[in-house]
Write a protein that binds this ligand. Structure first.
Ligand SMILES: Nc1ncnc2c1ncn2[C@@H]1O[C@H](COP(=O)(O)O)[C@@H](OP(=O)(O)O)[C@H]1O
Ligand SMILES: [Mg+2]
Length: 277
């Protein structure tokens, strides 16, 4: 059931639970799209955000009551949890983005938007401490998750035949240096919405890498980074340092996700574009 929406009853194992939760929120978002329509994009965005957020929050409260949650709508690290303490004292924190690629969600025909559900655990040995994660891509009819990580991506045809690399980039806010970087490594830019959809495109081998800088938050990348890492891909800050989650400040402004073979070349090229303090 690795690409399915999950079964009917909520799974006990966290990775399968993340898949179940993200898949169900995705189904709700498809219903919202059908009900509200695309005539008023702002109304559709607001309705989708609310329906998916309310569903994720109520299911997490019902099925994982002892865990904390970090989401776009609930990011205050100092907010006291039901059992006492704050998110920063919690052993387990769900990092969720009810709709990633909100703009694309509101645009008719676009499939580059996602639901993100990740679990940060103080006990996890990986530097990111992401113990589980799922990315639902409802309009692509798939959910990818850490319980059954997707296979390591094949070389995209262009790369395998010596053609240009393909770099996924934000449609609206690509890093200022990206065009120069792409030229330097002979890559073409592939504009796409949603961090989750872009990382899913790296995982499937549709593109070679996703590079972002200039602003983003933990919920934009936690779930897809959990899946990419479980798949065996490289995921780091653009300076090569580790991605860390559940910080007091949820800003996590940059990242690069790519195949392991490409990481040294991409990080070396990126170094030339980073401002050294
Ligand atoms: N410069 C920036 N500052 C803050 N958030 C940014 C950003 N660039 C991208 N993001 C966020 O990262 C996600 C993917 O962006 P993009 O589609 O442009 O690649 C979006 O999340 P949301 O859709 O959840 O708001 C977007 O808001
Ligand atoms: Mg987002």
């Amino acid at each position: 059931m690795s690409e399915s929406q999950g079964g009917d009853s909520p799974p006990v194992i966290d990775g399968a639970f993340a898949r179940w939760l993200a898949g169900r929120a995705g189904q709700l978002l498809m219903e919202v799209r059908a009900e509200v329509g695309h005539d008023d994009p702002a109304a559709l965005k607001a309705a989708g955000d609310k329906r998916a957020h309310d569903f994720l929050m109520s299911e997490l409260a019902r099925l994982r009551p002892a865990d904390a949650v970090l989401s776009e709508e609930q990011q205050d690290a100092r907010g006291v949890l039901a059992g006492g303490g704050t998110r920063l004292d919690a052993a387990r924190v769900w990092i969720i983005d009810p709709v990633d690629g909100t703009r694309e969600f509101s645009e008719e025909g676009r499939a580059d938007w996602a639901v993100h559900v990740a679990l940060w655990s103080a006990d996890c040995h990986h530097p990111s401490r992401l113990a589980a994660g799922a990315v639902a891509l409802p309009a692509q009819h798939r959910v990818i998750a850490t319980d059954h990580p997707p296979a390591y991506p094949p070389l995209p045809v262009a790369s395998a035949t010596g053609g240009r690399l393909r770099l996924a980039a934000s449609r609206s806010r690509p890093p200022a240096f990206l065009s120069a970087l792409a030229e330097e490594i002979d890559a073409e830019l592939v504009p796409m919405g949603s961090a989750g959809a872009k990382i899913a495109a790296v995982i499937s081998g549709e593109v070679d890498a996703y590079v972002h800088a200039g602003g983003q938050y933990e919920w934009d990348s936690a779930a897809p980074v959990a899946v990419a890492t479980a798949t065996g891909l490289h995921a780091s800050r653009v300076d090569g340092s580790a991605l860390e989650y559940n910080g007091a400040d949820p800003r996590l402004p940059d990242l690069v996700v790519c195949r392991k073979d490409l990481a040294p070349r991409l990080l070396s090229a990126l170094r030339g574009h980073l401002r050294v303090p």
